[in-house]
Design a protein around this ligand. Structure first.
Ligand SMILES: Cc1cc2nc3c(=O)[nH]c(=O)nc-3n(C[C@H](O)[C@H](O)[C@H](O)COP(=O)(O)OP(=O)(O)OC[C@H]3O[C@@H](n4cnc5c(N)ncnc54)[C@H](O)[C@@H]3O)c2cc1C
Length: 459
């Protein structure tokens, strides 16, 4: 090749590289501005604050690869600012924890942060042990939602118990207390039973209802997202999304295949005694156990609103089968995922007119999928009434809403059914009677972000 041609090609290459670098810089700058605008907006709308579990980023270890941002299936939780991952809308995190798995350097953790200071969450150590030595908690009762988390925690607690008991195994008297009583046969309890079988513990699971926990109560054919998930003995689940009925069927098969020791229709009423010698009161008599795992979820009894007319039969607290409702005027009370899933399922049936009444001025913590579905129906078969509360269920054909504003208003709506999704009454009395401490005034160490660079990250 002659020299002038080589110089020309070299010059062209340098120019292309320079242009590429400039373009890249422009993109990063645009991304930065976009992320800052998102952070600012999230703060304005109060969405930056976590409601429960949320990602916590160690900015000193973050290498800025954005794997966590790409892995999160919920839009807007994470973003990149100045080459570092940032939490933008903490309230939108629903705890998939895929960011945690995707991070190649372990710089992100999904947890409750300082939420354990909340008075509605039991204080647990890293093994899931409560303030009563020997009594453990796994699953949603501990504050972390999702089937995958419940499963993981059920396994972790049994591992902790098995390790403890391994030291004392030789001393176990014949006919004495069982090693472990697991209360609740939801995802946490089933996983715990599998692990207890694997670790050769002498255990029993009791549940006041049937196996499957909250999942069994989902609406008919609800799509249930589990993500990639492993169960002890069984291994990896074949899919990451199931119809509710498929997941229950799979669990029932697993329970049979591994002959899990589960007694349904038995309620836990309380526990007394101490490590190695607990006496657990149940509706079926006293069970003696060395350790107790409470995997009873948080839904307990549905929370009531305490309004006149609530006792009418048309007021319900769960929707099992939307297909049985058509040409009805339905009021949904609540603004969480359960409320929106019920509303959109009902709005999808012919002739239904659905009103969602929510006490706040916007929805805070919906999955991206539910947001999208809601948008499809809003203004068509779904009407939203924010800043409103149900005042009374007046008679068989109407309800009255109070709507905040200046001046406040009242609205009478035609109505055939009311579905209340105000969450469950967590089993506080049971926990309190057992001496289990909840958060609130207890200092718990939390992972804090430490600034790595002097580059400003505040909008
Ligand atoms: C409508 C809805 C949709 C959801 N969708 C998803 C989803 O798609 N993907 C996902 O990962 N998560 C989803 N979740 C969350 C998920 O269902 C829960 O996080 C999970 O079921 C918690 O499991 P758990 O084992 O801790 O408790 P639970 O599933 O609540 O099980 C607790 C068990 O304890 C039993 N129990 C309670 N009290 C007692 C007592 N005193 N004595 C004896 N037994 C007792 C109950 O009968 C129950 O069987 C959804 C939740 C709802 C409400």
């Amino acid at each position: 090749m002659n020299i002038p041609l080589a110089l020309a090609i070299g010059g062209l290459l340098v120019t292309i590289l320079a242009l590429l670098a400039l373009w890249q810089k422009k993109i990063s700058q645009a991304q930065r501005e976009e992320a800052l605008a998102d952070i600012y907006e999230a703060r304005e709308r109060g969405l930056d604050r976590p409601v429960a579990q949320h990602p916590q980023i160690n900015t000193q270890s973050c290498i800025g690869c954005a794997s966590c941002v790409d892995a999160c299936p919920e839009s807007g939780v994470l973003g990149m600012v100045d080459g570092i991952a940032r939490v933008i809308q903490a309230s939108r995190c629903i705890g998939h924890s895929l960011c945690e798995e995707a991070c190649p350097v372990g710089a992100i953790q999904v947890g409750l942060g300082d939420s354990p200071l909340r008075a509605d969450i039991p204080v647990l150590d890293e093994r899931g042990e409560t303030s009563v030595p020997g009594v453990f908690i796994a699953g949603e009762l501990g504050g972390l939602a999702l089937i995958r988390n419940a499963t993981k925690q059920g396994v972790q607690v049994v591992d902790a118990v098995a390790t403890d008991l391994a030291f004392e195994r030789g001393k176990k008297p014949a006919g004495g207390p069982i090693d472990l009583l697991i209360v609740g046969a939801g995802p946490a309890g089933i996983a715990a039973a599998l692990r207890a079988t694997q670790r050769k513990l002498d255990y029993l699971v009791i549940d006041r209802e049937d196996v499957g926990g909250t999942v069994r109560k989902y609406p008919r054919r609800k799509l249930t997202l589990t993500g990639p998930m492993e169960m002890p003995l069984y291994g990896r689940l074949p899919k990451t999304e199931f119809l509710k009925e498929e997941l229950i069927e799979l669990w029932e098969q697993i329970i049979e295949q591994y002959s899990l020791n589960i007694r349904t229709g038995v309620s836990f009423l309380g526990v007394e005694g101490e490590r190695d010698a607990f006496r657990v009161q149940t509706s079926d008599g006293v069970i003696e156990a060395r350790r107790v795992l409470l995997a009873i979820g948080r839904r307990g009894t549905p929370r009531k609103l305490g309004v006149p007319g609530e006792e009418l039969e048309k007021v319900q607290y769960q929707l099992i089968d939307a297909a049985t409702y058509s040409n009805e005027h339905v009021l949904i009370v609540g603004g969480g995922d359960s409320a929106i899933e019920a509303a959109t399922a009902l709005a999808n049936q012919p002739g239904n007119v659905v009103t969602i009444s929510y006490r706040r001025d916007q929805f805070f913590r919906l999955t991206a999928r539910n947001r999208e579905r809601l948008e499809q129906y809003t203004g068509k078969s779904i009407r939203l009434v924010f800043n409103s509360t149900l005042e009374r269920v007046d008679n068989e054909r109407s309800v009255i809403l109070s709507i905040d504003g200046d001046p406040p208003k009242k609205a009478r709506l035609e109505n055939d059914f009311v579905f209340v999704f105000a969450g469950g009454e967590p089993p506080y009395p049971l926990l309190a009677e057992a001496g289990i401490r909840l958060g609130g005034d207890v200092a718990v160490p939390v992972l804090r972000e430490t600034p790595r660079r002097s580059v400003p990250v505040t909008p």
